[in-house]
Design a protein. Sequence first.
Length: 286
Amino acid sequence: MWNNLPLDILAKIFSFLSPESLARANSACRHWHKCGRGYLLSTGSAVTWQHPPWFVAVPIRSLSGCCYVHNPNSDNWHALPLDFLPDPVRLISPVGGGLILLRSTSTTVHQLALCNPFTRQYKRLPKLNVLRTNPATGIVMLEPSRGASFPAFRVYVAGGMSDAPRGCGMYESTLEAYDSVHERWQIIGPMPVEFAVRLTVWTPDESVCCDGVLYWMTSARAYSIMGFEIGTNNWRELSVPLADQLEFAALILQNGRLTLVGGTCSGAVSVWELSEVVKSLISCSS
């Protein structure tokens, strides 16, 4: 009887399983594996899972040894070995569906990869159209296509140094993007040279996408925020309140708004969020 159930009914039943039970069900047979991906393939709409997502904690500087995951249902922590990774890597961003975007640290040229610590899968992304060192990297989630088994996303790479002989490299003032659906890189267009320099030298890997704009924060000229408008391919810059006084700062997405957390080592911390009207950061708490 179970083998003859329609896909949508079986997928709905699977939506009530805990993650560990779902993993065991996925390995039962091909039919169950197809249903257990979390999508109603016959209609293309997603199943709303009845269990909260797991929390994954990874080392900041290098994904070597293992990462740690928390099961909210049983309130237990588990260590997932990462010995299947062929190269030393650093975390860029979680993607969704158990996938993590990584950057190889075994080469100076920017090389990205995806891994799934649960299924122990690893896949290098194609080489960029322009080989570059130390660019800013950001990720944007896309609407899933009909019947998709995995989340759709786009990776943006901006700035960096061109891959030239030592001492002869130049700042690369272009931006390119990787589309997970078509699995290829495409040059999006030019970018301000000043932005390319600052994104290359003073920008970490973290980025935030809010209202169709991909934001990075740079410590150049004290703290400042640079944003790429995905729909228009235009660049914008936001000033950071008290930028010359902040000793640390970070961008996050909170309640659908771009939010800045910053402060000093003495203990003073403030939180600002982006105003929808004036498009500037205003203080909301301290």
